[in-house]
Every structure is written in C-alpha cells, then in structure tokens.
Design a protein around this ligand. Sequence first.
Ligand SMILES: *[C@@H]1O[C@H](CO)[C@@H](O)[C@H](O)[C@H]1NC(C)=O
Ligand SMILES: *[C@@H]1O[C@H](CO)[C@@H](O)[C@H](O)[C@H]1NC(C)=O
Length: 172
Amino acid sequence: MDTVKILSLLIRTIAKPVANTIKNRTKSNPKFRTMCISVAQLTHKAEMNLKMKFLGYNKEKIRPLNDAKAIEAGANFLGESIIFTIAGSLIVFETLRTRRNKANERNEMSDNITMLLSDRMRLENLVVKQQEVLDELREEVTELKEHHEAVTKMLDEILTVSMRDFMRRGQF
Ligand SMILES: *[C@@H]1O[C@H](CO)[C@@H](O)[C@H](O)[C@H]1NC(C)=O
Ligand SMILES: *[C@@H]1O[C@H](CO)[C@@H](O)[C@H](O)[C@H]1NC(C)=O
C-alpha cells in the first residue's frame, strides 16, 4: 500500500509540468480546451459511479464539473496518463531487453561449451595420433638397436678372425 502511495505521488509530481503545459495549451487552443473538458467530465462521471457503487456514496445525479475545475482535472489526468504510459513502456522495454540479453548470454554459453567440447575431441584425437607416431618411433629405435648390435657382433667376429689369421701368419 505504501509503495503504491509513493508511486502515485511520484507519478503525480513528475506529471505536474506536463499537466501545466496542457493547461497552458487549453488557453490558446479552444479545440484542445473542449477535448480536455470532456475528458475531465468523463473521468469525473466514471469516478463518481465507482464511488457510489463501491464506497457507498449517496446515489444522486452526477453534476458535471465547472469549466475551471474540469480543465484542472483533465490536464492532471492527461499528464498523469502520459507519464504512466511512458513509465509502463520503459518497464516493458527494459524487461524485454533484459530477457533478450539473458537469452543471448545463454546461447553464447552453449556455443562456448560446444566449442570447448569440439576442441577437447580434437586434442584427444591429436594425442592418440601422437601416441601412434611415438609407438612407431619406439619400434624403429628397437629395430635399429638390434641391427646395431648384430653389426657390432659381426665386426667383432671379423676382427677376431682377422687378428687370429694375422698372428698365425706372423708365426711362419
Ligand atoms: C504557461 O504560459 C505562460 C505564459 O504564456 C508561461 O509564462 C509559462 O511558463 C507557461 N508554463 C508552462 C508550464 O509551459
Ligand atoms: C564465450 O567465450 C568467449 C571467449 O572465447 C568469452 O569472451 C565469453 O565471455 C564467453 N561467454 C560466456 C557466456 O561464457
């Protein structure tokens, strides 16, 4: 209830300059003056009807406002309606904007997750391929080692035989 009171006071305060401009306009523009007065008479009638219906006001014929009062009430009503509409539009606009931003952020996050997952898959494949290359290299190294050992052994044998030959020849 307090929030409602504060809000309505706020709207009334902000709407004051707008209402004053409207009042000024009714002085120079007769058509606008007529329109403002009929708006005021309509809202006055509606307000009185509501009061009689819900607040137990005595039922009587509703008397229209005099012109001065009507211009005052009409200008206030129009000013407050304009401010209320602007405030409402801003709230709706802001809500939609926030919602859209959140949705965008969610989409971006989901894109990021997809990207990270695909990156991870790529890296895992790379690791598997590297492992295969490493295994092949290891096998080749082992083969080379065996080859090297065989050659060394063969050279040793050749050397031994040659030495023996040489020594034997030297004896004769
Ligand atoms: C209303 O009109 C008067 C004179 O025409 C001017 O001095 C005043 O500033 C106007 N007020 C508004 C709120 O426009
Ligand atoms: C998505 O990733 C980019 C950089 O890769 C980062 O700047 C951005 O903040 C991320 N978005 C979300 C919602 O995590």
